[in-house]
Design a protein around this ligand. Structure first.
Ligand SMILES: [Zn+2]
Length: 239
């Protein structure tokens, strides 16, 4: 099992860890600050350096059957097992993903509060993200309304907190029920809760900024009609 350092400190950019094993072209570490692909987010990239100063590029990080695989270029060799390495994540890329991700949660809260609709999907990338939801139309004035609401949330600089609660408790919380906490596999007994104070609360495993001002500016890019009650919004954050 790899300890997931990013779950409690999403601002950690450098860390020391031990290589436990090698599978395929990937190393498994005792702990990591690299966040893996999932929940609509792409994985981190970065560099791993051995005590001898040999550098490996981390091209992607995946979670497979409970194992966190850090894929390296060049491919790692068996003699790396047991070594203490230094990991450094590509912070520029990571920070953009954190900003996009928190922004996506704020959008989902606004859509529910203003229009009573649910988000059905999302894809977060460092450059451009998208969110899908069940709504009848997304004409210009409505996009403007959403933008104004998000601007206000950013302006107010709401703190974002991470906590852990038992599954039974989560199932009693109305806000968590709305975000479909019941769909999380029953094998998970303790849930990680991410709260944008006063705005949104969800069970979530991903990386977020520490307060909404860090999002920067929310910029809607374009909308797409994907069906009767299915609309898509592309957006980015600035700077
Ligand atoms: Zn999320």
């Amino acid at each position: 099992m790899t300890e997931l350092l990013f779950r409690d400190d999403s601002y950690l950019t450098e860390f020391k860890a031990k290589i436990l094993t090698i599978e395929e072209n990937a190393v498994i570490l005792d702990k990591t600050a690299f966040s893996f692909q999932g929940g609509g987010l792409k994985s981190d990239t970065g560099v791993i350096t051995t005590p001898e100063g040999v550098e490996f590029e981390v091209t992607k990080v995946l979670s497979q059957k409970g194992k966190i695989l850090h894929f390296l270029n060049p491919s790692p060799s068996e003699d790396l097992v047991g070594k203490e390495i230094t990991g450094k994540i590509d912070w520029e890329r990571r920070f953009r993903q954190m900003r996009m991700h928190t922004c996506l949660h704020a959008i989902s809260a606004i859509l529910y509060k203003k229009y009573g609709v649910h988000v059905t999907g999302g894809d977060i990338k460092p450059e451009k993200s998208r969110v899908d939801f069940e709504i009848d139309h997304l004409r210009e004035e409505r996009v403007k309304e959403i933008k104004e609401a998000i601007d206000k949330i950013i302006e107010k600089d709401h703190p974002i907190s991470v906590s852990y609660i038992r599954r039974e408790e989560a199932l009693k919380n109305l806000d968590l029920i709305r975000t479909k906490v019941n769909l999380i596999p029953e094998s998970i007994k303790i849930l990680r809760i991410v709260e944008i104070e006063g705005v949104d609360i969800q069970a979530d495993g991903g990386v977020h900024v520490k307060s909404t001002k860090e999002i920067g500016e929310f910029i809607p890019l374009k909308t797409e009609n994907r069906g009767k009650n299915h609309k898509r919004l592309y957006f980015t954050v600035k700077p």
